[in-house]
Write a protein that binds this ligand. Structure first.
Ligand SMILES: [Zn+2]
Length: 115
């Protein structure tokens, strides 16, 4: 059974996806930040034993972990805002894109500021 791919613009069939992206999409399998704690430990040269036993190491690693999580949260917010702005722009151009804020296909009064 072929499933449609969910996108912010609605479901996308496998055939349409193959037509839009004829070249295979390359996935990054070795992205170091997939394991952020490992990256933070190697950048600070602390070991997990240091973090457990040394309060200074724990403080430093915890601070960098918070920076990492805040950066991820901020990136997700920016991505959501950009997706909303793009969808609203498509709607202004008259494209039949559902409103990302209220879901209406017809005209609505949503703006990028109300996101
Ligand atoms: Zn709306």
């Amino acid at each position: 059974m072929r499933r449609d791919l969910e996108t912010p613009y609605g479901p996308l069939s496998a055939a349409t996806f193959a037509r839009l992206f004829p070249e295979p999409i390359v996935r990054l399998l070795d992205w170091p930040w997939a394991r952020p704690l490992t990256v933070i430990l190697s950048a600070t040269r602390w070991t997990i034993d240091d973090v457990v036993s040394d309060p200074a190491a724990a403080r430093e690693v915890r601070a960098l972990w918070r920076v990492w999580t805040d950066a991820r949260r901020l990136a997700a917010e920016i991505e959501w805002r950009n997706t909303v702005a793009e969808s609203l722009w498509w709607r202004e151009m008259g494209c039949p894109v559902p409103c990302p804020l209220c879901g209406a296909v017809e005209r609505c009064s949503c703006t990028a500021d109300s996101a």
